[in-house]
Design a protein around this ligand. Structure first.
Ligand code: WT7
Length: 668
């Protein structure tokens, strides 16, 4: 979208006056007990970041070799703890082995219940057991040719083995790229191609709402897909390791595919942790940007781990007796940082649940909270809105008194949902931490500290240690409090992305060229009189649908790859449950009749190309799309049409005004 079509109005009109100070007895027992204490530490971290982070890295992590320099910053490239050597798996596992944590549960896993009324499967894995499983599986990876620096693609359901696979890669210095189990074969193939992965770790199938998701079959298909020139996308793959989970029938290709459990019999449980450079790549995670191609966000070792360890402890006020449940899938960054690495680095117990929140019934989450005595629950606003819709009778059936802290992430939370969460789930006694961050930031950036920060429904409040956010105008100058602008981060932070895999230029362009000298988040924001940050949503062509970032260009290119489609434009429309819904405006090729079957075909086509998360909620056919005289699609108008609002603003550059009239009435 050219600059002159950018939505200029990013002022937020939301005026929320309610303030919730931290409960006194919560503050008394928490790590950071007052706003003054937070401010002192925060100011320290901003005034002398190297001293602050040097101290944290030394106290929090076990290093095989100390670093020489805390930060080397050559914009936009940062190196943290230069020259230092460590291992992430060692810091999450081995270091706990000679402590009282050794026999504490690292993971508590609840599988999806097979049938309504029956309990789900459950497993508890102590630190000692997890260490052993990771060492064994690390040896399996080595046996199958994976070496330090090689990439492995992980495509698994939410089972403990997903964490085992990630940690095993980290242990041997291989780089993992986890692909969400809801993504399609095409997405798997594209990610293999981009990361040049050598090995895939998958399962026969995963369970989702009682059905089997055929993961291995998707991998088989991914390994046959070609690019537009007819070259095999996944030609770097040598081995596929298959976990038996759903016991569905799968094809095993001799010489390429091996069973996880059979391989385990062939290795021992001794595997030293590789001494990795602080800046060695830890993982690549693909996320949507404003162009058609997903971005391979690269995170490295030392800085990432310091930040996620520290943020897990302070944001969730982690105590020895907590049971921490982050409901995110391992395929998203939230699963990386706050299901696996953050909790385990702290020696905490992390709960993992395989299934959907409403299977077999809408009280699934509350059943789990009661059954295990979950103390901290971290979930997404879109889930909270769904719970509200399903009704209070479901949480009311269960004893939720074990909960002491609630968290949200993924999108702005509307005050109504915040209050519902506070009252119905938190029994008015639990603070809520609304945490703002991104795949790119690696860890939480703007957030309350629950014992210190008074909260207001709808704002992520204040920056975490070492994070210097600012709201700026188009020229990059700070805007006054109360005005809207672009959210940027002024200083490098330890868990920041180190780049886009294999694409230096795109990294610079996407994040460091919009506002000179700053990291551009792509979000619109406003600061209130107390300095609290209110995120008002994305300002680039990226939508937030049910907490998932979806690039509209990606969906458009999936649509036009269907032979019936001539042109497509995808925009967002406000949606009560999902935050935003995807609306596609499609022009079909000559001779193709627009009807419901084409609509279904196109929705399934997008699901196949990208994954079900990207399926348009609504497809509207049009003879033509509204364009400027220079040929640019006028998305601003399409957004208004999609939202059903009156068309406002300047239409003088519109090429054919009749198109608008037809679109507005194009129900079929
Ligand atoms: C985008 C990042 C961070 C893990 C999950 C999403 C939006 C995220 C909040 C929040 C308002 C939020 C932003 C951000 N977002 N958290 N607490 N309040 N908006 O990661 O897929 O990289 O998406 O999600 O727009 O830029 P992601």
């Amino acid at each position: 979208m050219p600059a002159n079509e950018k939505p200029v109005n990013i002022t937020s009109y939301l005026q929320e006056e309610r303030v919730f100070p931290p409960p006194k007895d919560f503050s008394k027992r928490s790590h950071i007990k007052s706003l003054a204490h937070y401010r002192k530490l925060y100011n320290d971290s901003i005034r002398s970041p190297e001293a602050f982070w040097g101290r944290q890295a030394k106290n929090e992590l076990v290093w095989f070799k100390p670093w020489k320099k805390v930060l080397q910053w050559k914009e936009p490239f940062a190196k943290w703890f230069v020259g230092g050597k460590l291992n992430v798996a060692y810091n999450c596992l081995d270091r706990h082995l000679n402590t009282p944590t050794a026999n504490k549960a690292a993971l508590i896993w609840e599988g999806e219940p097979a049938t309504p009324g029956k309990p789900g499967e459950e497993r508890t894995i102590t630190y000692k057991q997890l260490h052993r499983e990771v060492c064994q599986f690390a040896n399996v990876l080595k046996r199958n040719g994976l070496k330090r620096g090689d990439r492995a693609l992980i495509y698994l359901p939410m089972v403990p083995e997903a964490a085992v696979a990630m940690l095993a890669c980290a242990r041997i210095g291989a780089v993992h790229s986890v692909v969400f189990g809801g993504f399609s074969a095409q997405s798997v193939a594209d990610r293999i191609h981009d990361s040049q992965a050598r090995l895939v770790i998958t399962a026969d199938g995963g369970f989702r709402r009682g059905a089997v998701v055929p993961l291995k079959k998707n991998v088989d298909e991914a390994l046959t897909l070609n690019d537009e020139r007819g070259n095999l996308l996944a030609k770097t793959i040598e081995k596929v390791i298959v976990l038996r989970r759903a016991c569905n029938e799968v094809h095993i290709e001799a010489g390429r595919d091996v069973w996880w459990h059979r391989e385990l019999d062939r290795v021992d449980a001794h595997c030293p942790a590789e001494k990795m450079d602080s800046e060695a790549p830890l993982f690549i995670l693909y996320t949507s940007g404003s162009t058609g191609k997903p971005k391979g966000i690269l995170h490295t070792t030392g800085g990432y781990l310091v930040h996620v360890k520290l943020s897990t402890r302070y944001v969730f006020d982690l105590q020895e007796t907590d049971l921490f449940w982050c409901t995110a899938d391992i395929g998203w960054v939230t699963g990386h940082s706050y299901v696996v690495y953050g909790p385990l680095a702290n020696g905490a117990t992390s709960l993992m649940y395989e299934g959907a929140p409403n299977f077999p019934e809408p009280d699934r989450f509350w059943r789990i909270v009661e059954k295990y005595g979950v103390t901290i629950l971290y979930t997404a606003p879109t889930a909270i809105r769904a719970f509200m819709k399903w009704g209070v009778e479901w949480p009311k059936k269960h004893d939720l008194s074990s909960l002491r802290l609630l968290g949200t992430v993924g999108e702005p939370i509307n005050p109504e949902a915040w209050i519902w969460y506070h009252e119905t789930i938190g029994g008015k006694r639990c603070p809520i931490v609304d945490t703002w961050w991104q795949t790119e930031t690696g860890g939480i950036m703007i957030t309350p500290l629950p014992g210190a920060t008074p909260t207001k429904p709808g704002t992520a409040t204040l920056p975490f240690f070492g994070v210097l956010p600012e709201v700026v105008d188009d020229k990059g100058n700070p805007v006054p409090r109360g005005s809207g602008g672009k959210l940027v981060i002024r200083k490098p932070w330890p868990s920041m992305l180190r780049g886009l895999w294999g694409d230096r230029k795109r990294y610079q362009e996407a994040y460091w060229s919009e506002v000179k000298g700053s990291y551009f988040t792509g979000d619109g924001c406003r600061q209130d009189k107390d300095g609290y940050f209110w995120i008002v949503g994305r300002i680039d062509d990226v939508l937030n649908v049910a907490g998932h970032r979806i690039g509209t260009a990606e969906v458009e290119s999936a649509l036009v790859s269907n032979h019936k489609v001539a042109e497509a434009a995808v925009v967002g429309r406000p949606d009560e449950l999902k935050g935003q819904a995807l609306v596609a405006f499609v022009t079909l090729k000559g001779g193709v009749k627009a009807d419901q079957s084409v609509r279904d075909e196109l929705r399934n086509h997008v699901a196949k190309e990208i994954g079900p998360v990207a399926k348009p909620d609504d497809i509207r056919f049009a003879e033509a799309l509204p364009k400027t005289r220079s040929g640019k699609i006028m998305r601003r108008l399409l957004k208004q049409i999609a939202a059903g609002t009156e068309i406002k603003g300047d239409t003088t550059t519109l090429e054919d005004f009749n198109v608008l009239a037809r679109l507005s009435s194009s129900e079929e």
